[in-house]
Design a protein around this ligand. Structure first.
Ligand SMILES: N=CN[C@@H](CCC(=O)O)C(=O)O
Ligand SMILES: [Zn+2]
Length: 438
């Protein structure tokens, strides 16, 4: 019989329970199921019990076998954080772009001059799968140290069939090797590569007719995403790619209305996207249509912060009944961070989301945005034992003491992987010739 793990008497257990079937919307987003002086019991990879400590002791009396106790006094316990939008797998870095942007160049003008996404495409194409895995593993380690136990990862720095497949195979390998679970999204339509600059429709055709079928045949992704934006992919091109993806079993996601209001939110509703992400410039009609269609808004306040622009209108979306989730958007150009807790701070301080809404948006709603809400995103008996102990007396402190990492212990599938804020096993100690510390 497996040893039981008894996480004993946290100041608060933030369960976010009761929303595994549907994401939280409106006022329900603030219902995060806090148990004061709560305890959680883990059996193997799963949560066996969550409740008050008095009830936990009764539960233990009825069970035989060994019990290992972890004292949680002075700390709070939350579900493992879920990051539903990252560009995890890439090579190289782009620090010089910050200086360019500080001197007045825009993110889009850097891309149009062949930098930005296209510069990362160059280094990603040149990197071996081992180099990509090495660089991405370091990022996953940092995610774990920030309490993130599951991430979504997009391709989109290959922009050619082989290079896209290489990125997705690395993501799959990392999912198998690393404690953090990696959920893959195919994003061949992330930018038009230089060799297709004169024939963007030809590239769209390549994505739809060659890349998507191969990704699906190798079972390399669950979702298909498109950068639907002025100067990148039009609404019609995006719709075509997402519909083709659907025919091959890839569920649609969209980078929508990030830089200009472009009809991305409306398209998300039309194609039945699981999520529309960014949405800084989403129109009121688009927001309304997303609410009606149940499209999750994955908001990325770190990207707005790093690009020094106004964030999305989270309050309008919550009031309209759109399910809202939060993410780092971890990528080398517009959001180079693995700190989902800092993104949560930004959601509070720049988008006026409450500490309760922020917690639900980074756990259960984020899990819905990647189709994992049955297994993760809340503390409930039967769910995976992905848990974080924060060194904080209450959950509000996580937003108040901003930009400080208060993660103490992280448990992934019942196994402790971070203790006292320290990663127990560095997954990759080797230096790699091409690796940067990006
Ligand atoms: N906006 C498009 N794609 C990414 C940025 C990618 C990059 O700059 O490398 C994003 O979500 O912000
Ligand atoms: Zn993105």
């Amino acid at each position: 019989m497996a040893e039981l793990l008894y996480l004993k008497e946290a100041e608060q257990v933030v369960t976010v329970a009761g929303a595994s079937d549907k994401p939280k919307v409106g006022e329900d987003l603030s219902e995060i199921g806090v148990i004061e002086r709560g305890s959680v019991i883990v059996e193997g990879e799963k949560i066996a019990f969550a409740g008050t400590d008095a009830d936990a002791r009764h539960y233990l009396q009825k069970r035989s076998g060994k019990v290992k106790t972890i004292e949680a006094t002075g700390k709070i316990l939350t579900p493992g954080l879920v990051d539903p939008h990252t560009h995890l797998v890439f090579a190289g870095s782009r620090e010089q772009e910050l200086t360019m942007r500080l001197k007045g160049k825009s993110y889009m003008s850097i891309l149009q001059a062949g930098g930005g996404i296209l510069s990362t495409t160059k280094s990603t194409r040149a990197a071996t799968a081992d180099q990509l895995a090495h660089e991405s593993r370091l990022r996953l380690d940092r995610f774990l140290q920030h309490g993130v136990t599951t991430v979504e990862a997009k391709s989109g720095y290959g922009l050619a069939t082989d290079a896209e497949l290489k990125q997705l195979r690395v993501a799959q390998q990392l999912n198998n090797e690393h404690p953090v679970d990696v959920v893959s999204t195919f994003m061949g339509a992330h930018a038009i590569p230089p060799e297709w600059k004169q024939d963007p429709d030809g590239f769209v055709q390549l994505v739809a007719e060659e890349m998507i079928p191969q990704v699906a045949a190798e079972n390399l992704a669950e979702f298909c995403d498109v950068f639907c934006e002025e100067g990148v992919f039009t609404v019609a091109q995006s719709q075509y790619i997402l519909e083709e993806g659907k025919k091959h079993g890839l569920k649609p996601k969209i980078h929508a209305d990030e830089l200009v209001s472009f009809g991305g939110a409306e398209l998300a509703a039309k194609v039945g996207a699981v999520s529309a992400d960014h949405l800084l410039k989403a129109s009121p009609t688009g927001i309304e249509q997303m609410a009606e269609a149940g499209v999750i808004a994955v908001l990325l306040p770190g990207t707005a912060f790093f690009l020094m622009t106004e964030p999305a209108n989270a309050r309008a979306m919550i009031e309209a009944g759109v399910p809202v989730a939060l993410s780092t958007d971890r990528n080398p150009g517009s959001s180079p961070t693995e700190s989902l807790p800092f993104i949560m701070n930004l959601a509070c301080l720049t988008m006026k989301m409450t500490p309760e809404e922020v917690l639900a948006a980074s756990t259960i709603n984020a899990a819905h945005a990647i189709g994992r809400a049955k297994d993760i995103g809340s503390i409930e008996a039967g769910k995976n034992a992905d848990l974080v102990l924060f060194d904080a007396p209450n959950y509000q402190t996580l937003q108040y003491n901003y930009a400080v990492n208060r993660v103490d212990t992280v448990m992934k599938a019942g196994k402790i992987v971070v203790e006292g804020g320290v990663l127990l096993e560095k997954t990759d100690n080797q230096r790699c010739s091409l690796a940067t510390e990006d």
